[in-house]
Design a binder for this molecule. Structure first.
Ligand code: PMP
Length: 359
């Protein structure tokens, strides 16, 4: 099977580039540049229960998430990042040879977990503007008897949302629809309230982005109750540790503080996008998330990524069909984004000269 290519760890990169960590502008993994709420650090320092196994039923956390979601805890299962829930939800339904519909370009874990289950990936590519080809999905399901459909909204890497009427139509299909809303807080839109009325809708969310807990690994799935009951059976009981549960609980109590940072990121996203579109050959797509996909004309995107990396600015590039001339940049703090813009301007100028001299 094909391996999943994760990002290069921060410490390794710092060593490789010979740059101290504080000189690195890390805009390659859609992390929250403001970090967790300060009270998370305090709570973790004061916690005295690290010798005790974590609560496998996630009692306090599932209680605390109810007002955040406006849904009862019976629907919710927390996991070791939403990655664990992508894995478990897929394992619940996909047997060897079963078809899973994927809507590329999108998050790489859906194909990865499909091959882990020896499932059959059925790609229905998104349109030029990254909207979902609903009729194409309907045809693929009719033809291949797919069991599951993965939709990411806002979609990684472009930041577009699924249209309400498209989701409505897709939910009529006889498949489990997994709607990955890892970035929902940045768009202000979510379909999580639809879960109780749909037998086949699963919504995945995370604390990695809005609450800045990516390093602690905590996410959750919102399931129709009969599916949640089955998921509990296959979930490893201690996969979210005491620190992660504690940090998530405190984050829910610090919702206003954290959402103020989300608003900062959203405002900065628009300013950053304007700056990016003023660069020669750079065409940023509109985004409802905390990252911006840019098509880059005139210079190879891999060379651009490497040039930026040497200057300590990390961005994501793609060697996948349809995205080879793109880079994705996470929205950092304003001062980080300024450094990125300067580095980009320099890289584009130098690479354009190299390209021209090679012609
Ligand atoms: N879904 C999408 C679309 C993502 O981009 C990511 C992380 N980059 C995840 C899920 C995984 O999030 P978590 O940290 O909760 O595992």
């Amino acid at each position: 099977m094909e391996e999943y290519t994760p990002i290069v760890p921060f410490e390794v990169l710092s060593r490789r580039l010979g740059l101290p960590p504080d000189r690195i502008v890390k805009l390659d993994a859609n992390e929250n540049p403001y970090g967790p709420a300060p009270s998370v650090y305090r709570a973790l320092a004061e916690c005295r229960r690290y010798n005790i196994y974590p609560d496998p039923e996630q009692t306090l956390l599932r209680e605390a998430i109810e007002p955040y979601l406006g849904l009862s805890r019976e629907h919710v299962v927390f996991g070791n990042g939403s990655d664990e829930l992508i894995d478990l939800t897929m394992r619940l339904f996909v047997f060897p040879g079963d078809a899973v519909v994927n809507l590329p370009p999108t998050f790489g874990m859906y194909p990865y977990n499909t091959s882990l289950c020896a499932g059959r990936l059925v790609d229905v590519p998104r349109r030029q503007d990254f909207s979902v080809d609903v009729a194409g999905v309907e045809r693929a399901v009719a033809a291949g008897g797919a069991k599951m459909l993965f939709i990411n909204s806002p979609n990684n890497p472009d930041g577009s949302l699924i249209a309400r009427e498209d989701l409505e139509r897709l939910l009529h299909l006889p498949v489990i629809v997994v709607l990955d809303e890892a970035y929902a807080e940045f768009s202000g839109e979510s379909f999580v309230s639809w879960v109780p009325e749909h037998w086949n809708l699963v919504v995945l969310r995370t604390f990695s982005k809005w609450a800045a807990l990516g390093g602690l690994r905590i996410g959750y799935g919102v399931y129709p109750i009969p599916i949640a009951a089955q998921l509990w059976k296959i979930k490893p009981p201690y996969s979210i540790n005491v620190a992660a549960q504690e940090a998530a609980l405190v984050s829910l109590a610090e919702r206003d503080y954290l959402m103020a940072n989300v608003s900062r990121i959203v405002a900065e996203r628009e300013r950053f996008r304007d700056l990016l579109s003023a660069l020669p050959g750079v065409h940023p797509y509109p985004s409802r998330s905390n990252f911006i996909l840019c098509r880059v004309h005139g210079v190879p995107s891999v060379a651009l990524k490497q040039h930026l990396e040497r200057q300590g600015v990390l961005v994501r590039y793609y060697n996948k069909p349809g995205l080879t001339d793109c880079i994705r940049i996470s929205v950092g703090r304003p001062e980080q984004n300024e450094v990125a813009i300067l580095a980009l301007r320099q890289a584009l100028a130098e690479l354009a000269t190299t390209e021209a001299s090679q012609e």
